[in-house]
Write a protein that binds this ligand. Structure first.
Ligand code: AMP
Length: 113
């Protein structure tokens, strides 16, 4: 599988891990856009948010629950934080493996674009 995030899951590409279990991995973004910028991904290769189905939704829900726990553990709750999943070309998705960005530690801009 020629996927950067699958290679990170396999340990073939190094990452700064912040959380791991049997289904989910979270690591720090290599080009942080905020003081705290973490990516949370399912270990299973799901290409994008558009590929979430009733069948894999329990896994996606677990990824989100882990994201909430990490945000808590990173101390982001008090100031607030943003969860982003870019889906497809117009959204600027660059890695075709489902991931949720956790962005925190600064005031986010209000714009959605
Ligand atoms: P997106 O543009 O929404 O697909 O997000 C992909 C994110 O992956 C970007 O924020 C990149 O900085 C990040 N990224 C790409 N390669 C790596 C890597 N090897 N380790 C950590 N983050 C990465």
């Amino acid at each position: 599988m020629d996927c950067i995030f699958c290679k990170i899951v396999a340990g073939e590409i190094p990452s700064t891990k912040v959380y791991e279990d049997d289904r989910v991995l979270a690591f720090r973004d290599i080009a942080p856009q905020a003081p705290t910028h973490i990516l949370v991904i399912p270990k299973e290769h799901i290409p994008s948010f558009a590929c979430i189905t009733e069948e894999n939704a329990p896994l996606a829900a677990h990824v989100l629950a882990v994201a909430a726990k990490i945000a808590h553990d990173e101390g982001l709750e008090e100031g607030g934080y943003r969860i982003v999943s870019n889906c497809g070309e117009n959204a600027g998705q660059t890695v075709p493996h489902l991931h949720f960005h956790i962005l925190g530690g600064r005031k986010m801009t209000i714009e959605m674009a």
